[in-house]
Design a protein around this ligand. Structure first.
Ligand code: ARG
Ligand code: ZN
Ligand code: CA
Length: 316
């Protein structure tokens, strides 16, 4: 706040003198040979005089800049996303431990930074497009609520206090992850960019969260969250949710449909060109131990939404 105040004050001082006569620009007092010169400020003063709207536009830029610096989560050039877990439980087993939640954060940090131990798995025909996405996650808060519901379904009830759930915390600057029993064989689901902030985030079934405690094979390596956070960052399923469909990413091959279990090395699509399928991609339905990469094209799509002007720019 202090930083914003100082910057805005500085901006006001800067623009308060813009109506003065800047005749000095006609005859720069510095000798051309004495030292390196930069005329940017002289040009600016001249433009401020000529262009009545410029001062206000630059003032607005300073206010925005101060806001972005103060909210900014870019640490050493890497974006950090604060994660709020909202745990809804009926049984004590569903009230999973802080250690289990932290193990989920650890998996996200590995998978999004090419630090997962299976990243270099042999016989990966797509090793040349494996991505280090370079986004980090930090455990920000854990909210817990005892409820009488045994399953929550997929219609966002867990995200609404008026339906017995927990409302999201600061959803435009924090990733909310609800942990509960979903039911219907669903491991998790995500809201894509563009949806209402009141329901924004990811839902995970508690048995498919993290790597310890109640985490259950074959979805016990925390990859459901990696997959769902991929959706939350605008990634589609690798098969494009249609037979030989498109995931809008050019370096991922066309798949017939979802893969389950762990497909054999050399597994091909029968779609046009019969490419080897990228079943080791987090956006397939492969078991946790069989998926270990995002592609560079997927990385570009994910980072795009966090750019200035992007749909999740508020997380910067
Ligand atoms: N939304 C998908 C489902 O519920 C998640 C798939 C995650 N895959 C995994 N290996 N964890 O089926
Ligand atoms: Zn999915
Ligand atoms: Ca593709």
């Amino acid at each position: 706040m202090k930083k914003i105040f100082l910057t805005v004050t500085a901006a006001m001082l800067l623009f308060s003198c813009n109506n003065e006569d800047n005749s000095v620009t006609e005859t720069p007092e510095a000798s051309v040979t004495a030292h390196r010169g930069c005329a940017s400020d002289e040009v600016l003063q001249w433009q401020l005089k000529e262009d009545p709207g410029l001062a206000q536009r630059m003032k607005d830029i300073e206010i925005k800049t101060a806001e972005m610096i103060s909210q900014g989560r870019i640490v050493n050039g890497v974006m950090e996303i604060p994660v709020v877990f909202n745990v809804l439980y009926r049984t004590s087993a569903e009230n999973i431990s802080t250690a289990q939640l932290q193990s989920q954060i650890d998996v996200l940090n590995k998978d999004f930074n090419a630090q997962n131990s299976d990243f270099n798995t042999a016989n990966n025909p797509y090793s040349s497009v494996r991505a280090n996405v370079g986004i980090r996650f930090v455990l920000d808060a854990i909210n817990r609520k005892s409820t009488s519901k045994s399953s929550w379904g997929t219609r966002d009830a867990m995200k609404k206090s008026k339906r017995g759930g927990i409302d999201p915390t600061s959803p435009t600057t924090k990733l909310n992850i609800w942990v509960c029993t979903i039911g219907g064989g669903i491991l998790g689901y995500a809201q894509f960019p563009g949806g209402s902030s009141s329901t924004d985030g990811v839902v995970l079934d508690s048995k498919y969260t993290g790597t310890t405690g109640t985490a259950t094979y074959p979805f016990n390596l925390g990859r459901t969250a990696t997959h769902e956070v991929g959706h939350w960052m605008n990634l589609r399923h690798i098969w494009g949710d249609a037979t030989c469909g498109s995931d809008l990413v050019s370096d991922t091959p066309t798949h017939n449909t979802a893969n389950y279990g762990v497909p054999p090395v050399g597994h091909r699509s029968t779609c046009s060109g019969t490419p080897l399928e990228m079943y080791m991609n987090y956006m397939d339905y492969t078991d946790d131990r069989g998926m270990y990469m995002f592609s560079n094209g997927q990385k570009s799509r994910m980072l795009a939404i966090f750019n200035v002007g992007g749909s999740r720019a508020s997380f910067r």
